[in-house]
Design a binder for this molecule. Structure first.
Ligand code: PBG
Length: 323
């Protein structure tokens, strides 16, 4: 055959395939989530998320020592309090679970980059991400509490705060709160295009944050929309977001691609709990190869345009050198 162009030439061996690869998954681009709870010596496996546990601060420190040795350089923390109330006061208490965990981590592992999830839903008795009155989720009264939460995380030593509540105006409120408390150097990673998704199911089991009534569709986005994601992201950047997030990731690769093309700030994607659980379940049932599924999924999220990924697979990827 008289073929001048033969794409297979660059696929002939691992070395040339690697040299030609446009996207490579690496530890520097991954963020591992952790669930921290009260108590001592606690390790409670989360049934729907094999390999992920709820841990008390001491157990978390032991895990982090091992995980940082594997190459984990950045983490995001979720707090699970013992008690909840209407106003989610545990979210912004000085001795709240996240604040205690951050202080302990920074003391032991000062170089680990610690991001905190800023939200009320794990701390409110009703399980919503804002204040509630007569069955309505209130926007503006929630902003002050979210800003207070972010400031308390920064005061505990967090390197970055990540609001996940989807109230309008929260990025501006948090920026103002941080700046007026001498935390102008702390960046905001905004969950900017966060969809109301069934893929959060396992997380809500893990964090005990399922709403007691209704759902989150009056604040999280409708998954039928894409232009709306652009509006949300641009608004958050105007309000001062340093990094914008698309969440979930796998069913939203088109959104990641669109956002990457319209913004000049880094884009983060959240490979969420349900995406993780599906892969784990497939692996356990023998319906798919966990390593290959994980690598392909993470690579596709980067290929779509993500600059960084939050993923529960991070530890497995680094431990088993799945890249
Ligand atoms: C809190 C929050 C959620 C997730 C991250 N922050 C749950 C939700 O919005 O219901 C989901 C993460 C995951 O599913 O892995 N607002």
């Amino acid at each position: 055959m008289d073929l001048i162009k033969r794409p297979r030439r660059l696929r002939s061996a691992p070395c040339i395939r690697n040299l030609s690869a446009e996207t490579i998954v690496c530890s520097e681009k991954l963020i591992m989530p952790y669930f921290v709870c009260e108590g001592a010596g606690v390790r409670e496996p989360i049934e729907s998320m094999p390999g992920i546990d709820r841990v008390s601060v001491d157990t978390l420190l032991a895990d982090l020592e091992k995980d940082t040795a594997l190459g984990i350089a950045a983490i995001i923390l979720f707090g699970i309090p013992d008690t909840k109330d209407e106003k989610g006061s545990g979210a912004y208490a000085e001795d709240g679970i996240v604040q205690k965990a951050v202080r302990a981590i920074k003391k032991k592992l000062p170089d680990l980059y610690v991001i905190t999830d800023v939200c009320l839903c794990e701390f409110t008795s009703h399980g919503h991400c804002g204040m509630v009155d007569k069955g309505k989720i209130l926007n503006d009264p929630s902003l002050e509490l979210l800003a207070k939460t972010a400031v308390s995380h920064a005061a505990a030593g967090a390197d970055m705060v990540a609001p996940s509540d989807m109230m309008d105006g929260r990025v501006a409120a948090i920026r103002q709160g941080l700046d007026s408390n001498a935390f102008s150097d702390i960046p905001i990673l905004a969950y900017a295009a966060k969809y109301a998704s069934a893929f959060y199911g396992p997380f809500r089991d893990a964090a005990g944050s399922t709403p007691r009534f209704g759902d989150r569709r009056s604040y999280q986005m409708d998954f039928r929309n894409a232009a709306e994601a652009e509006r949300e992201v641009l608004l958050d950047i105007e309000e001062g977001a340093d990094i914008v997030m698309v969440k979930p990731a796998l069913s939203y690769l088109d959104i990641i691609y669109r956002i990457k093309n319209i913004v000049k700030v880094p884009v983060c994607a959240y490979n969420v709990s349900g995406e993780y659980s599906m892969v784990k379940a497939a692996g356990r049932l023998g319906f798919g190869d966990e390593q290959r599924l994980t690598t392909e999924i993470l690579t596709s999220i980067f290929r779509a345009g993500a600059d960084m990924i939050i993923s529960y697979h991070t530890r497995d990827i680094l431990k088993n050198k799945w890249f």
